[in-house]
Design a protein around this ligand. Structure first.
Ligand SMILES: Cc1ncc(COP(=O)(O)O)c(C=O)c1O
Length: 414
């Protein structure tokens, strides 16, 4: 309600309903298995992420898209999507060759050959060459080892550990990434960089995986959910203070162009920190199954794959061909693909999702016959693209394009 009692209406586009019937009609001519992205859902997710970022630019995490055409589309869509967060140096160099700019490699590299190529690129374009991640002197030495005497400086970003520590460090929550955690450690590494004229410190990144990548409403686990929410609240507060202190200390002697943080699951929290200049996100475009359980936002499933039913071991079971596309990470059940459509299917606890077959149980399985198809979702975003050469892009009730994944372009970086 507005102040004068009138109801204020905000128009939010609603993606077309996601039903088995609709997708079966759309993909009537396509042979399963195949993968697809529902663009209506993806753009709804993109708009929701822009709103959550509250005006801070979103750097697009390529590992979570792994499709050049869609990365291009996202960057074209809105100025709020600015720059790419890449995941290997060969990938970064390949994207730079294709004309992508503003590239931040989020993970350190020991690939000396690729660093040599980066050095050449830095000569050709000193201010616009990709920025690479460092968190120790060895990373600096690897960079220096490839630089000739007259080389232009290579641009680097310091990775700050964003984990949450409790009980004086006896409990550590968050990805085991950088050894650089305190203001003193960050300053020490920045001073090491300062001593090396051929390396230029341009950026700071701190990725709070324990907030951005952990759903705080795990289904059927209320206590665990409460513990996660407690941890995330504490961690958000601790990191905001530490990140601000590190930025203040570094800013005494370096000009940081970029202070990056966050991921799909933390956009509004990370963007709210004054020192953060940009946030990153990737998974939120496809909205894979691991992103179904957050209290702060909800996304629309936008990527999936279809499998053909090839046998009926019994009337109430339908078995699909293939499907064993497990996600990386701790090998728990949440890494399995999620049966999606028709609704009411579940995996067999004994067999899970298999290399050559995936039996499907549940109410809907009885109604499936040989030759029917089922739709599944990957637990994670970009890894789906390592299983398929192409993505069928759907808009409304049509396939509007079929575009290669990284794998379809012969590129499998990790
Ligand atoms: C450094 C970094 N930033 C951001 C992200 C967030 O990516 P996404 O939005 O795909 O979860 C990740 C994901 O692992 C990451 O490693």
């Amino acid at each position: 309600m507005t102040g004068n009692g009138a109801v204020s209406l905000v128009w939010v586009p609603v993606p077309p309903s996601q039903t088995h019937e609709r997708y079966e009609a759309v993909f009537a001519e396509v042979e399963a298995p195949f993968a697809f992205v529902d663009l209506d859902a993806m753009w709804a997710n993109a708009d929701a992420m822009l709103a959550r970022a509250g005006g801070k630019p979103i750097r697009v995490a390529t590992k979570s898209l792994r499709c050049r055409a869609l990365i291009e589309e996202v960057l074209r869509r809105d100025q709020g999507f600015a720059g790419l967060m890449t995941y290997t140096l060969p990938e970064t160099l390949w994207l730079a060759e294709q004309g992508f700019e503003d590239l931040l490699l989020a993970y350190p590299t020991a690939d000396v050959g690729a660093l040599g190529e980066l050095a050449l690129r830095s000569v050709a374009n000193p201010g616009g060459a990709p920025i690479v991640m460092v968190d120790c002197v060895e990373h600096l030495e690897a960079i220096e080892s490839v630089l000739g005497a007259g080389a232009a400086p290579v641009r680097v970003c310091v990775d700050l550990d964003a984990g949450w520590w409790a009980l004086g460090g006896r409990i550590k929550v968050g990805p085991k990434r950088s050894p650089v955690r305190t203001v003193e450690q960050a300053v020490a590494l920045a001073r090491e960089i300062e001593r090396r004229p051929q390396i230029e410190l341009d950026a700071l990144m701190a990725y709070e995986g324990q907030i951005a990548g952990v759903g705080d409403r795990p289904p059927g686990r209320r206590l665990r959910g409460a513990a996660i929410r407690f941890m995330q609240r504490r961690s958000t507060k601790e990191l905001a203070a530490r990140r601000a202190a590190v930025v203040a200390a570094l800013s005494e002697f370096v000009e940081l162009e970029i202070v990056n943080g966050g991921g799909t699951g933390s956009l509004e929290l990370t963007a709210a920190e004054a020192v953060v200049t940009e946030v990153s996100a990737g998974s939120g475009f496809y909205a894979p199954a691991l992103f179904d359980h957050y209290s702060r936002f909800s996304l629309t499933p936008a990527a999936g794959f279809a499998l053909p039913i090839v046998r009926k071991p019994s009337p109430r079971v339908a078995t699909a061909l293939g499907g064993g596309y497990l996600a990386s990470g701790a090998g728990d059940a949440a890494r399995l693909p999620a049966p999606w459509l028709p609704a009411g299917l579940s995996l067999d606890p004994e067999e899970g999702a298999g290399e050559v077959q995936t039996p499907l149980l549940g109410e809907a399985a009885a109604g499936l016959a040989v030759g029917d198809r089922v739709y599944m979702r990957h637990a994670k975003a970009g890894e789906l693209c390592e299983r398929f050469d192409a993505l069928h892009l759907v808009q409304g009730d049509e396939i509007v394009d079929v575009v290669p994944t990284y794998r379809g372009e012969g590129k499998s970086f990790l």
